[in-house]
Design a protein around this ligand. Structure first.
Ligand SMILES: [Zn+2]
Length: 249
């Protein structure tokens, strides 16, 4: 029996009519392979973070679950769509304590509408290797993960144990707005972080650990394998010493 955490969005709170981010934990009892899958509908109680009154919310689960428990709830008035294409494609990594600590809700995968290529051309102190960047390149597209993140987790500094994306990305990156196309073909605008022109460098190498985070994240979110193989090729060209290990990922 697996204990699972699920991040959800309450589109409109019945008490304050605002949007909230909700994380619930549950025991997954049965996973069905039937189609349509069996569903469990659960009404959970939560305390509205704005008005501090009890409210209920109805949740649908695929399969059979029990022991559903609300573990966190955030008010989100300034939620922002953010596109991540590097190691933060892994929602587990991005939502770990010391990073966003559960504030990011994955909302599907998307590719850039404009032509970009992923490159390892910016030094990351935190990862101690060359990190991912997107550079305009004809004939190429970058795939990544769209997240919905409260504004106070995107920019500025936090004084709790969590960080904003700006703090995680560091001084070498800047936020830009770009246009993405999701898997339904719908175009949407989002914020993403790319390396500042003055911080782009040649001859620096990425690491196996860093590439593993990207590959894990892209697989977690079911980005098609052809793109993942292409990314591994780019990484191996950047650091031929770890080519074999990258190919084995
Ligand atoms: Zn509320």
């Amino acid at each position: 029996m697996a204990r699972e955490t699920k991040n959800l969005i309450i589109a409109e709170c019945e008490i304050c009519r605002k949007k909230h981010f909700l994380a619930v934990e549950s025991n997954h009892l049965v996973t069905t392979m039937e189609w349509p899958p069996k569903r469990t509908t659960v009404r959970v109680e939560y305390c509205c973070p704005l008005i501090s009154k009890t409210a209920t919310y109805s949740l649908d689960f695929e399969g059979v679950v029990e022991g559903v428990e609300v573990v966190s709830l955030t008010l989100n008035e300034g939620g922002e769509k953010v596109f991540q294409y590097g190691s933060n494609c892994s929602a587990e990594r991005l939502n770990s304590m010391g990073r966003l600590g559960g504030a990011a809700i994955p909302s599907g995968i998307a590719e850039t509408v404009e032509e970009y290529q992923l490159q390892f051309d910016v030094w990351s102190e935190g990862n101690n290797c060359a990190a991912a960047d997107m550079v305009k390149t004809q004939g190429k597209k970058v795939w990544g993960v769209l997240y919905e993140i409260p504004g106070d987790f995107v920019r500025g500094k936090r004084d709790d144990k969590r960080k904003t994306l700006q703090q995680i990305e560091g001084k070498s990156y800047e936020a830009i707005r770009i246009c993405l196309r999701d898997t339904c073909g719908i175009e949407q605008r989002a914020t993403t972080f790319v390396a500042r022109e003055k911080d782009r460098r040649g001859g620096i190498k990425t690491s196996l650990e860093y590439v593993r985070h990207i590959v894990t994240g892209l697989r977690e979110q079911a980005v098609r394998n052809e793109y993942i193989e292409e990314l591994k090729k780019t990484a191996a060209e950047n650091n031929p010493e770890i080519k074999r290990a990258i190919e084995a990922l």
